[in-house]
Design a protein around this ligand. Sequence first.
Ligand SMILES: Nc1ccn([C@H]2C[C@H](O)[C@@H](COP(=O)(O)O)O2)c(=O)n1
Ligand SMILES: [Zn+2]
Length: 193
Amino acid sequence: MDINLVEDTEKLSLESEDKKITKRKDYIDWREYFMATAFLAAKRSKDPSYQVGACIVNKENKIVGVGYNGMPIGCSDDEFPWGKDTLSKLDSKFLYVCHAEMNAILNKNSADVKDCTIYVGLFPCNECAKMIIQSGITEVIYFSDEKRHKPKYIASKKMFNAAGVKYWQYIPKNDKIEITFSGAAWQNMSPSK
Ligand SMILES: Nc1ccn([C@H]2C[C@H](O)[C@@H](COP(=O)(O)O)O2)c(=O)n1
Ligand SMILES: [Zn+2]
């Protein structure tokens, strides 16, 4: 057989094989991606009792701000207090910690966060609720509402209801989203290879 004909036949069969290839099915959906981003950010928190992350997303599914609870810039994580039930109120973390939502709003990489959605690990407190409303965010998707009985959190809902900010609880499809550097499908390309 003519060599060109063999090559052409091989090419054709490869092309038809290619047509059978479909997209991956086990990719994470947008909501999982944004809530997981909030959870990943929370891993940066130094707070021993609660690590909270927040992720702000615009109408085009673009992330425009991420934050986690932590001390303000210039206030050392090692020097400022992390305790709650301290003898002096001045030594309690409550006076100092910036909440995840506040940091995500202030860290925004867009002109504003109007009509955006905020994904957050813990329902926003009253102070963050005020900031969410004033910044124009219109939807809050939270993971846990475990502090719902506290006045602060009841106040948040009162404000969200009055301001027309929608809020609802995220129920994960998968309890676990794993990131394994060494197990990547393309690991042959990793720097150690
Ligand atoms: N929506 C929230 C709720 C709480 N936080 C932060 C603030 C503290 O660092 C910690 C909660 O401390 P707790 O007062 O419950 O011991 O989590 C936040 O960033 N966003
Ligand atoms: Zn807050």
